[in-house]
Structures are given as C-alpha cells and as structure tokens.
Design a protein around this ligand. Sequence first.
Ligand code: N01
Length: 544
Amino acid sequence: MMQIETLIVGAGLAGLRALHALREAGIDAKVLEASDEIGGVWNHNRYPGARCDVESYDYSYSFSKELEQEWRWTERYPTQPEILRYINHVADRFDLRRDVVLNARVTEAFYDEAAAHWVVRTQDGQTWQTRFLMLCLGQLSAPKLPDYPGQSSFEGQVVVSAEWPKGGVDYAGKRVAIIGTGSSGMQMTPIIAPEAAHLTVFQRTANYSVPAANAPLTEEEDREVKANYAVRRALMRNSPTGLGFKPEKIATLDVPEAEREQAFERAYQRLGFGFALTYPDILLNAEANKVASAFLHRKIGERIKDPKTRDKLIPRTHHFGTRRPSVDSGYFEAFNRDNVTLADVKKFPILEFTETGIRTAEAYHEFDIIIFATGFDALTGSLLKPAIHGRRGTLLKDKWAQGPLTHLGVATADFPNLLIVAGPGSPSVLSNVMVSIEEQVDWFVALLAGMKSRGEVEIEATEQAEQDWTAHVQERALETLYMTADSFYNGGEVAGKPRVFMPYSGGIRSYRRLLETCAAEGYSGFALRKTPAAAQDAGVQQDA
Ligand code: N01
C-alpha cells in the first residue's frame, strides 16, 4: 500500500494547481489521473472547434508572475490544443509530472474512522492510504449519452464530443449527424459543415449564443495585459463571475430604450458570455430578461436566411442565461449552407437508430458518422462515479440521492478529510472556473497547513452547517430566474436526477468572503479534531 499525506484525484487544471500549491506549502501530495495524459476536460474534449469562452488571459493561473509573463496566448479565446499546451507547459515548468500517476482510475475510497485516513483503490489494483482526499474531478466531465432504441445497432462511426479520439475523425465528404446544440454542438457545427458531404444537426432545445469576437492577440495587446496583469486579476476576483467586469448599477428597464440598445450592442459585439452582465437584473427579473432576450432573438434571426430554420433556431422556451448560453463562431450562419439541415427533435422526436441512420417522427436520415454532443451529468456525475464510503460505510451516492449536501461546497458531513474542488455548492460552473479553482485550492492549502501545525488530524463539516449552506444555495437561486428552466445547473434535464440548484449563484466575490470568514472564525461549520471522532466515541463508551 502506498502512503501519501494528500491524494488528489484528477490531473486537470484544478488537480495540478492543487499539487503545486500543496508542494509549496510543504505538504506531500500525489495526483491520480485516470487518463494516459494530463489536462482533464481539455485532454478529452478534442472535438473540432473546441475553444474556451473565457478570455485566454483570464483562463490561466495567477499563482506565478513569471508564468504570466512568459506564456504567450495567441488568440483572445484559446483553442483546446492551446490550452492543453499551456497545461503541459505548466506541468513541465513546475516539475509536476513526477507526482502524477497516470492510468490510475479511482474506483473506490473508504474512510478508516479509527485511523483518520482514506484508503483509495484504483482500477488497476493500486491501493493508497492518505490523510486527505482531494477531489478535482471536474464539473462537466462525466459524459451523458442518450439511450435510443437500436442505438448500438448503428454500423457507422459513433463519436462522443467529450471523448473525441486523439487521432481525430475523418468527416470530410461524409454524412454526419450532430446530436445536441449546447456549446460543444454549436462550436463544432461551423467547422464540420464545410467539409462534410451533409451535416444534420439534431436540436432538442434552441440555445442562446453570442458571437465570440475572437481575434489573434497582437504584441501590443499582450504587452498591455502583461504590464497590468495584477490589476486585471484583482478585477476578476472582485467581479461577480470572475470574468473581470461588473454590470452597470442600473436596472434594465430604468434605462431609456435607445441607450439600452446601444449598451446591448456594445456588450454583444465584445463581451461574449458577459452579455448577461450588461445590467445587474437580467438574470433576476423576468421583464428585464425579456428585453435582453428580445435583443438576442433579433440578432440570432439576422444571422439565418431561411425563415423556417430561423424560427426553429431562435430560443423562445427559456429566459436567456437560465441555461448555459454559448459563445459561437459562425454557428447560425452554418445553417445558410445547402449541405446543413436542422432536425427539430422536440417536434419530431428521434424514434430509433438503425444500422444506417436515425429515424425521427418526420424523416429517415442515413449517416456515416453520428456525433453525440449531449453534455454531461453535471457537477455530481464525476464525484459519484467512484464508490466513496464515509463514516459507518455511508456511500456518498446514497447520501446525495436527493441532491448534493455540502458546507460551502467544499466538504460534506460523514466524509471527514474529503475535500471537493469546484463542485456543487460553490460558484463552479457559474464562474470563470479558473478563479474558483484558485480561490478554493488556496483556502484548502491554508487549512491543511494550519491543521498540520496545530496537530489536527480530522476536519468534518457539521450536519447543521451543510443543511444551512444547502438551503442558502437554494435561496440564492430562487432570487434569480435560474429555476424557471430545466438545465444542467439544476439537474432538471436528466431523467431521475433530483431537481435542485447545484452551483452557488451568489457570486465569486461574496463566496470568497464567506470562505475567508469561515477560516477567520476558526473554520465555523466544521469540526476540527486532534483525535479522530471514532476514537473519541470509543473513549466515551469506555469511560461510561
Ligand atoms: O453540453 P450541454 P455541451 N436527444 O449540456 C442535447 C462547457 N463547455 O457539451 O437542451 C437530443 O450544454 C441537449 O438538449 P436539451 C460549458 O459550460 C465549455 O454542449 O437538454 N438532444 C443540449 O442541446 C457548456 O455549457 C466550452 O434539450 C439531447 C445538448 O445535448 C458545457 O460544457 C465548450 C439529448 C447538450 O448540451 C456543456 O456543453 C464546450 C437527447 N437525448 C463545453 N440529450 C467552452 O467554451 C441531450 N441533448 C469553455
């Protein structure tokens, strides 16, 4: 059995950041990574057009001024290969690989209550013993696939966007289907369309999208950002979503119409995802949202020539932003091509897959390649894949059967020393996740360093604290429009998944303050122990 002070699971952006920070604090750590390569989702999502919709400079680590200065991003929004190169550069630059174990998929973990440590097993038979188990498993990393009649009978090539083959997919001259119109489907559509013989996009819910305004980064821009990086980082940390900008402090409907249109236009042309922050109440007030949505309906409509296709592509079934909008480069225009068809599967559902294609209630389509861009079992999917057993053998999956329960999104009662990064109960998918990761990791490192110096061996969220926090997460969500739509934020789009709002919608800045207050209060809502609770319980029984 191998032993280590802290075991991190997942060598993506979060796991590698945690490894580096723990090492700097003198805490031994190793990372177990299921894949044969580091990079997490940026290793797996190699589909054509995969790109981050947060700006390069902001979707990067802030812990090293040297790293900030030496890395040269080439485009405003970084592509998947560039992000993966960056991650590999960081791993080499800080000598991280020697503590990363590849091809090590964690399947089970058991908490040994008497000894206050975790025993962790991997698929290939390794056993690890660790005091702290830190889960850096990603929020959107467990792919979710449909299960249509005859799905496995299709004899052509089947590809999943989030498990894209490293060697690529040869779709040139082929009849291609894309199922799903979230960010992944929307990003790959305009890249695949010009090369495929024919592309059919299967849409269940029309999705909002704002154009990416992507461009190469000039030397001048690079110099300017690097000269003022500290200011930029401070703005990000203090903005609601970690994107570096704040809404104007005025309600949408209090702004004269002409002025509002100009503000929307400016945001639309430049801010991408940040369009939602043009005014502070767009995600809070249905009437304000209606105005922003109407602007986008118009803009999307202008990009599509055929009236029938236009009508299907304009999202009218949910408030803008209540489901994750996309930032695209030519998605809607792709439907102006003769070789691209939109199949509306809300109106004409998919009935079955056959050996050669897909039958819907409207038509039969033959394909060479079917691509599933059907999203993820968000936030909890990756955390519940391994069988994690806490105190008294409690299984995390059972404990969270009605939805995730956490204190501050970082820990859950009955699972001492289990630390969760960017998971449910934290800003996570509602933020620039880089900022979220760095804030949480640094908080964890200070916690573990403090515990070490005080001789504490166990930290556990209290049940009261996690009940209060989970209720607070729901209350904050109910102040917004988020619960008016089924989405991967609330699990409503997955049959059988409890419909509860999972990320914390109170913003990255207030979340950071809550973490800081918790630490300043001696980790309020947590029990910190010098002797494991189980040993204390045994002692009490003996005394009695
Ligand atoms: O997944 P999604 P995604 N039949 O869940 C449809 C991040 N990301 O991989 O809306 C037919 O958004 C589903 O339909 P519906 C980013 O946070 C970031 O695209 O449920 N269709 C929907 O259209 C993003 O938001 C980047 O009705 C089915 C689609 O599949 C998140 O990952 C790039 C179906 C799933 O959309 C997820 O994006 C890519 C079925 N049975 C991803 N089941 C960046 O730029 C599902 N769908 C950083």
